[in-house]
Design a protein. Structure first.
Length: 478
């Protein structure tokens, strides 16, 4: 079967890119090339941004009700074609097809509907006289044209987190998906075009050079990226030269703290699912576990037994797997390299190997014995690897939990409400789960501190990030 050639979606239609090169889109479950995608040039980027700028003249003047209706219609259309989106997503990512509609596609639909509602719920302080004979009030307005870059671990879902709040607030956007997972985002643009003015949502494909051209372009007033810390730093530096607003959702290294009084069986299952789901390719994944020394061995044995039974990987058309392959050859090499380079103090309790010779499959892995300074503790692995450390008391647990460069998410497993609340206060992470890990709802914000970036996705806070505030003062004296 010959590979199909992908095109950009600009100004309401598919268009050929002005590209000198292209890249193969590879099925991570088979390593077969099934599409070719252009590396969009600076000219392509500028064409897309000019289309978005022209569209903003129209979209920026629409009422919240009109924007809400368009987003509702987009959500309904995606829901009606959920199977088609799931097929593309599974092909691009290798995720189990059986669970994709329920776990991701319909979740994305719900999040679009949330932002559709948010479009009509802009709030601000009441008007008032803060100086004699002068009335002040606040206008909350769209920023303008937004440049957005999404990662490969949740292609459609991350595109929704970008475009939905931006459009709900009255902005227009140019969105670039990851070079390894462009398909569902292009279909999203095609579906949305039926309900939007031309140029409101544009999607271009490309690699790092295309992303850099987006940040450097003079048209967008804001850039938003979900990606690695390195990529976030590069974006922040580039955007600073033009004083663009920057919204960054970067990596994570979530501490998962299990105390002696926790329900160990429940913790093992919850952490196992949250650690191995999506092959651990989630910046909030429960992959860095800290367990009290009195229950450490019990937890490790339980996790190994649970993973052997439940954390299977294999082809995405199988119904008995928890996760598929890692997304690409570079990621497989990274995961393998970190495990192969573990220090002598580390104990590989389970896994630690590539599975098979075809496809980017890696076995569910459990590692104990690591020190706080070890690379596998300090840096994001982004693979199906759960590490378990042994702590002696609350002070050490908190020190180790906070002792990384990231600050995205965390969880505490205990029956002691007071302890849970103390840790919720002192954990330096944007989210703290208690006796659970990884659930997200559209109404609550997602975003971190430190090297995990700044700005929020989801919730009214995420919506606010795509608006600007203007003070209007009127003289009312006679």
């Amino acid at each position: 079967m010959s590979a199909r050639n992908l095109k950009n979606f600009i100004n309401g239609a598919y268009v050929e890119a002005n590209a000198d090169s292209s890249f193969d889109v590879i099925d991570p479950a088979t390593e077969a090339t099934y599409a070719s995608s252009p590396v969009s040039s600076k000219k392509d980027v500028d064409t897309a941004f000019r289309a978005a700028a022209d569209a903003f003249e129209v979209w920026g003047e629409t009422t919240p009700g009109e924007r809400q209706l368009a987003l509702f219609r987009i959500a309904d259309a995606i829901e009606a074609r959920a199977g088609e989106f799931a097929d593309l997503e599974s092909k691009d990512t290798g995720k189990p097809r059986a669970s994709l509609v329920e776990d991701e596609i319909l979740v994305s639909v719900d999040q679009i509907r949330f932002f559709a509602g948010a479009a009509r719920n802009l709030d601000g302080r009441s008007a008032g006289e803060y100086m004699k004979d002068h009335t002040s009030f606040i206008r909350r307005e769209p920023i303008g044209v937004i440049g957005q870059v999404t990662p490969w671990n949740y292609p459609l879902n991350m595109a929704v987190w970008k475009f939905a709040p931006a459009l709900a607030a009255g902005n227009t956007t140019v969105l670039k998906p990851s070079d390894t997972t462009p398909s569902s985002t292009l279909l999203l643009a095609e579906v949305a075009a039926e309900f939007l003015p031309r140029g409101v949502l544009n999607v271009i494909t490309g690699d790092r050079t295309t992303g850099a051209a987006m940040i450097e372009n003079k048209i967008p007033q804001m850039v938003s990226i979900t990606g690695s810390v390195r990529a976030g730093m590069e974006v922040a530096k580039s955007a600073a030269s033009d004083l663009k607003r920057v919204h960054l959702e970067l990596g994570g290294k979530a501490p998962v703290i299990v105390f002696a009084d926790a329900d160990i069986e429940r913790a093992v299952e919850g952490i196992g699912i949250a650690g191995y789901f999506n092959a651990g390719q989630d910046c909030t994944a429960a992959t860095r576990v800290l367990v009290h020394e009195s229950v450490h061995d019990e937890f490790v044995a339980g996790m190994v037994a649970w993973a052997k039974e439940n954390a299977k990987t294999g082809a995405p058309d199988r119904d008995d797997i928890l996760f598929g392959p890692v997304n690409n050859a570079n990621q497989l090499e990274r995961v393998s390299g970190i495990i192969d380079a573990l220090p002598s103090n580390a104990n590989v309790e389970l896994g630690g190997r590539r599975q098979g010779e075809n496809g980017y499959f890696y076995e569910a892995t459990v590692v104990s014995g690591l020190k706080q300074t070890d690379d596998a503790i300090q840096n994001e692995i982004f693979g199906p690897v759960i590490t378990v450390q042994k702590f002696r008391d609350d002070a050490q647990a908190l020190e180790w939990a906070n002792g990384v460069q990231y600050g995205l998410s965390s969880s505490v497993w205990t029956r002691d409400h007071g302890r849970a609340m103390r840790f919720a206060k002192h954990l330096d992470f944007g989210c703290v789960w208690i006796n659970t890990h990884i659930p997200l709802v559209a109404e609550m914000p997602h975003g971190g501190f430190k090297h995990s970036g700044y700005g929020k996705d989801l919730s009214a806070y995420g919506f606010d990030d795509y608006t600007r505030i203007k003070h209007v003062m009127s003289y009312i004296g006679e």
